[in-house]
Design a protein around this ligand. Structure first.
Ligand code: PRP
Length: 207
């Protein structure tokens, strides 16, 4: 068992901003962070081990304790409902969850279909609206669904809005704002409280 503090990081667009934030907080991260295909990067000088995971899996690693802490989007936390403590809003990677579809279209009256990477979020949202929908789970390129007739609506992340626009889709409702959060495994927090509190303090100073 390593006594490095293990931190699960989301690969992809959040990664760059998260690394920047950690550097701002004073962590000396080697250049391999900027261009590497490695999935585990140890930085023993800082007492840290980084696990580079799919964004949707960060909270899973933290819940199971293979990562002590992690950086996860609020979208992932809402979807996955993992047993982790959310200690800090890092206020990076701002985007929002929205309902979108083809312009000037109504949802089908009978069994409307909603395609999404976020089945739980979508299900809960439409239930609150009193609408019964069939959820179609996809893993990416969600915007294809209404264009090719797979669904009436999508629930997906909107960041710059370019993907919707370039595919001729419009936003119908905004569901929730999303930023990245610092999350912690409850047992790790008891055992490595000093290291974790130090990281939270340093991050909160630069957020
Ligand atoms: C996300 C999201 C949208 C897009 C929104 O997809 O699912 O498709 O980004 O960003 P925009 O508003 O700036 O265009 P991602 O690029 O993560 O890939 P995916 O389609 O594989 O999920």
């Amino acid at each position: 068992m390593s006594n490095l503090l293990t931190i699960a990081m989301p690969k992809g667009r959040i990664f760059i901003e998260a690394v920047e934030l950690l550097r701002k907080a004073g962590y000396k991260l080697p250049p391999e962070f900027d261009d590497s295909r490695k999935l585990i990067i140890d930085v023993p000088e800082e007492g840290l081990r980084f696990i580079l995971s799919k964004p949707m899996d960060v909270a899973t690693y933290v819940e199971h304790g293979v990562a002590d802490v992690g950086i996860a989007g609020k979208d992932v936390l809402l979807e996955e409902e993992r047993d982790v403590y959310e200690l800090l809003d890092l206020k990076i990677s701002y985007c929002y969850l929205a309902v979108a579809g083809l312009p000037d279209t109504k949802m089908n009256d009978v069994a409307p279909r909603v395609a999404t990477k976020y089945p739980n979020v979508a299900e809960a949202y439409f239930r609150e609206q009193g609408e019964q929908v069939e959820i179609i789970k996809l893993n990416g390129s969600i915007e294809l669904a209404p264009i090719i007739g797979l669904s009436d609506r999508i629930v997906d992340i909107v960041s710059t809005g370019r993907t919707l626009k370039e595919n001729g889709l419009v936003e119908y409702e905004r569901i929730k704002d999303v930023t990245s959060r610092f999350v912690v495994n409850p047992v790790s927090y008891r055992i490595k409280d000093r290291q974790i509190d130090d990281m939270v303090k340093r991050l909160s100073e630069v957020v």
